[in-house]
Every structure is written in structure tokens, then in C-alpha cells.
Design a binder for this molecule. Structure first.
Ligand code: NAG
Ligand code: NAG
Ligand code: NAG
Ligand code: NAG
Length: 459
């Protein structure tokens, strides 16, 4: 993410300089000059797009804020583009980490906080916590969210109902596993798939039925089962062996098990060895499995599976087109073959734009243009692939060193600590363990040491 950003930032800079005299605002949804709103006479920019800062000369300059959350800077100082003014939350698949601009960097808001104001005071909390007096406090047990008082729940988790006193009570009958939610009295209000609601309880549908309104008629069957004829309300096993679904009619298969292809309404074993899928025609393999020793791809000539053609290829879908090369080689997108990467690069790509290094050897990272691997340039730094040469990655320091985001240095941890942050040790070196429950200092393990990290695994 950061590298693509830097690259595109470099291009944008060139554009901005080329088109010096006239300000040209970007069309909505595109980023070219980085300007959102130009002055009427076109002499300068008035408002820049996200991730650009407005410079004194009226141009927009791409933000280059260092640090782990540097990418999340949405507005920076155009004359000092490494100084961030506004940050946006960093969201993963399961939760968001709220960020705020502090001393020019993007810093996390605080524990469980998903958004905070410019001063770092929390304004929104994550799951299972509520915003109480500016901090995120854990709600009562089995509560999904609370708003004003940590002891009073607003929304309970699955299988629990909200009682009048704000606690979450287990739904009655939930030991059967059918109740999704219930009212304060524990009576079911919603059921899981395969169950239906009846008189405040969840009752199981007929066997192999996944959706019903009563236990006699089924609206949708489980995988591997279908109605005994189109429109019927029962569930019987799919007629064809090796069939995994037949939702409309048990005699018409729609998907087959792996290494079987759908031919007409039935599943037929794929003919080629090592074939994983051959939908539509059992003779032509569309996806191959690989065994422990050889990577295989489909072979257009035979319809079967063959080893990836390039000797330096690690995996391929089509045997003639490599999708992933061995260390030190990169896919040449035009030829579908593997080519040696530039010096010190362990992974790279060659596409129509040129050569791009992606991962570098220990102590090296891609330069801004991603053209070559350069020394990280930070003492005791082993890895800078994420942020690029010039900055050490947050966990990129050598064992026994921790990374300081603010100063971009690897500093020595306390004795026996393998990895640390500025004020605490994350974990101890082998043969060392935390001295006490504050988990700050590590001490050497001694004979018969009972601390879990000291107990050597015996075979
Ligand atoms: C919030 O803080 C104020 C002032 O510190 C205090 O009087 C109040 O009781 C707190 N409310 C809760 C719910 O803790
Ligand atoms: C395919 O179906 C047959 C007949 O039911 C069964 O014996 C065989 O184990 C199945 N093969 C696979 C790979 O599931
Ligand atoms: C892996 O597949 C290749 C090509 O089909 C075959 O020559 C080789 O014997 C297989 N190895 C194992 C361990 O199955
Ligand atoms: C080539 O790869 C680089 C880096 O991944 C990417 O930024 C660029 O857009 C690619 N060019 C083309 C033509 O795909």
C-alpha cells in the first residue's frame, strides 16, 4: 500500500511541476494533481485531495508521513509533507484502530477505541466496549455494546437477551443451539438456520432442511440434499454420487466434489491425474492439485496437468504461465516466465511499466521508485520492506532492539528482552522469562524454573 502510494506520489509530483502555471482540479474519484478545488483564476489550489498537503505556493504535495501508520495520514503540511495534520482510522477485517495526529505522526487513540478527536480523546469504541466518560470501558458480560454506563447493556451478543436491569441473560432453550436472540424473559425472538420460531422457542426443521416455517415443509435443503422433485417441500440426498449441491431438484446436480466435473446433471470423475476441477467436461482439466515435490498447472495441449514449465517457477495455474517464482526471481508478466531479480531483491515483478522490487534481503528495502534494493540505513535494522529504505519497519529491528517510530531508530531493549516498545518488553529471548506479572523485565531461567517460558520442551 505504502509503496504504491509513494510511487504514484512521485508521478503526481512530476505532473504538478509540469503543469506549474495552471491549477487543474482532479475529477471526482480520480487523483492526478492532488488538487480538489482551484482558485477561480486557476493560479493556485485552494483545497487538496486526501493524502496531499497544500504548500505555500498553492500546489498540492503528496504526504510522506513516516511511521507504522504513516499511510493513514489524510492531510499533511504541504511545505513539510512528513508532518501529518489529520489521520483516518486503520481498519482490518475485524476491527478498526482509531488514529489521531500527534506531533506530526499518526498515533493510535487508545485501547479499544475506534475513533478519537484531535486531542486523542476517544469518541467511538470497538466491540464489547462502551464510551464512558471519554474512555472505552468493557461492558457487562455477554454484551455487544453499551453507551452510557458500562453496567447497562444496549445490545447483547448472540444467544443472550437484554434484561430490564441492563444485563444480558442467556436465552432459554439456547443449550439446543437454535436460539439466536431473545427478549428480557429469555423467550426466543430469532432462530439459527435449520430452526423455526414457535411460541417463544426455536424448533428444529425436518432433517436436512436449512430453512422452514414448520417441521413438515422445507423451503431450502442443506448442502448435498435437494427436493424429491422441483417444487417439493422435502429433502433427499442428491441423486448423483459425488454431488455437493442440488438445491432445486435432487436429480439435477449443480456442483460436484473436487476432482469431479459436472457433465449434464451428474458428476463424473475428472480423467487427468492430479486434476482438482474439470467442470463441464471431464476430459479437460481446469485446475490442478500439486503434490509435495512438483507444482502443476493445466496443460492446454493434453487437457491434463503438467509441471510448471519454468524451472524457477513455484506455482502456476496454467503450466505455461508462472504466477509465483522462487526466491530471487520475479514473474515477467508478458512472457509468463521467471526472470532474475535485481541485486539483493528476493521478490520482484516485471510488467509493462518496468521492474519493481518487492522484498529485499535482510538489511535492505526498496527505494521510493521500487527500482532497486537499498540499505535500510538504520542501525540494527533487519527489515524495511514495508516502509522502504530509509525507515525501519515496526518489527524490523534485530533481536534485542525495538523500533522508535518518532526517531526512526532501533534502540536496545532491556537485558534479556527480544523485542520491545519504548516502555515495555513484548517478549523475552529464549532462556529468559518475564520476572513478574508486570511483564516489563526479563530474567534468566534457572534450573527447575517453573515459569512457563522457561520450561524446555522435552521430546
Ligand atoms: C464521569 O466523570 C464525572 C467527572 O469526573 C463523574 O462525576 C461521573 O460520575 C462520571 N460518570 C461515570 C458514569 O463514570
Ligand atoms: C464418489 O462417490 C462414490 C459412490 O458414492 C464413493 O464410493 C466415492 O468415495 C466418492 N469419491 C469421492 C472422492 O468422494
Ligand atoms: C508428483 O507429480 C509428478 C507429476 O505428475 C510425478 O511425476 C511425481 O511422481 C509425483 N510425486 C509424488 C510424491 O506424488
Ligand atoms: C507494474 O507494477 C507496479 C508495482 O506493482 C504497478 O504500480 C504498476 O501499475 C504496474 N504496471 C502495469 C502496467 O500493470
Amino acid at each position: 500500500m505504502r509503496r504504491t502510494l509513494l510511487l504514484f506520489a512521485a508521478c503526481a509530483l512530476l505532473l504538478a511541476h509540469g503543469a506549474h502555471a495552471k491549477c487543474k482540479a482532479d475529477k471526482e474519484g480520480t487523483v492526478n494533481s492532488g488538487c480538489k478545488k482551484c482558485a477561480k483564476d486557476g493560479s493556485k489550489c485552494l483545497e487538496c485531495s486526501d493524502r496531499f498537503g497544500l504548500a505555500a505556493d498553492g500546489t498540492c504535495v503528496p504526504c510522506t508521513v513516516p511511521g507504522y501508520y504513516g499511510d493513514q495520514c489524510t492531510k499533511c503540511d504541504g511545505d513539510k509533507p512528513d508532518i501529518c495534520l489529520t489521520c483516518s482510522a486503520a481498519c482490518g477485517r475485524r476491527s478498526c484502530t482509531g488514529l489521531f495526529a500527534s506531533e506530526g505522526r499518526c498515533e493510535p487513540c487508545g485501547d479499544s477505541c475506534s475513533d478519537c478527536n484531535a486531542k486523542g480523546a476517544c469518541i467511538a469504541c470497538g466491540r464489547f466496549t462502551g464510551l464512558i466518560n471519554g474512555t472505552c470501558e468493557r461492558c457487562v458480560e455477554n454484551c455487544y455494546s453499551c453507551r452510557e454506563d458500562a453496567s447497562k447493556c444496549d445490545e447483547c451478543t448472540t444467544g443472550f437477551g437484554l434484561s430490564k436491569d441492563g444485563t444480558c441473560v442467556a436465552c432459554s432453550g439456547s443449550e439446543d443451539g437454535g436460539v439466536l436472540s431473545c427478549d428480557a424473559a429469555g423467550k426466543a425472538t430469532d432462530c439459527y438456520s435449520g430452526w423455526f420460531l414457535k411460541d417463544g422457542a426455536c424448533v428444529k426443521c425436518a432433517e436436512h432442511c436449512s430453512e422452514c416455517k414448520d417441521d413438515k415443509t422445507c423451503n431450502s435443503c442443506e448442502m448435498g440434499f435437494g427436493p424429491s422433485k422441483k417444487g417439493a417441500k422435502d429433502c433427499v440426498p442428491c441423486k448423483s454420487a459425488n454431488c455437493t449441491s442440488c438445491y432445486d431438484d435432487f436429480s439435477k446436480c449443480t456442483t460436484c466434489d473436487s476432482s469431479f466435473g459436472l457433465v449434464g446433471d451428474a458428476c463424473v470423475a475428472c480423467e487427468a491425474a492430479n486434476c482438482f476441477a474439470c467442470d463441464g467436461n471431464a476430459k479437460v482439466c481446469t485446475a490442478c492439485t500439486s503434490n509435495d515435490t512438483v507444482s502443476l498447472g493445466t496443460d492446454k495441449a493434453t487437457g491434463g496437468c503438467a509441471p510448471c514449465k519454468d524451472a524457477n517457477c513455484q506455482s502456476c495455474d496454467d503450466a505455461a504461465v508462472c504466477s509465483y517464482c522462487k526466491d530471487g526471481f520475479g514473474v515477467d508478466e508478458k512472457a509468463g516466465a521467471c526472470k532474475a531479480c535485481p541485486d539483493k531483491a528476493t521478490a520482484c515483478t516485471f510488467n509493462a511499466t518496468g521492474t519493481f522490487v518487492e522484498i529485499c534481503a535482510e538489511g535492505y528495502g526498496p527505494d521510493k521508485a521500487q527500482k532497486e534494493c537499498k540499505s535500510c540505513g538504520v542501525e540494527h535494522c533487519n527489515s524495511c520492506d514495508k516502509l522502504g529504505a530509509g525507515f525501519c519497519d515496526i518489527y524490523g529491528c534485530a533481536e534485542g532492539f525495538g523500533y522508535s517510530d518518532k526517531e526512526n531508530v532501533c534502540f536496545a531493549c532491556t537485558e534479556g528482552c527480544a523485542s520491545c516498545t519504548e516502555n515495555s518488553c513484548s517478549y523475552c529471548k529464549t532462556g529468559w522469562a518475564f520476572a513478574d506479572r508486570t511483564e516489563t523485565a526479563c530474567t534468566k531461567c534457572v534450573d527447575g524454573d517453573k515459569r512457563p517460558d522457561c520450561e524446555v520442551p522435552t521430546n
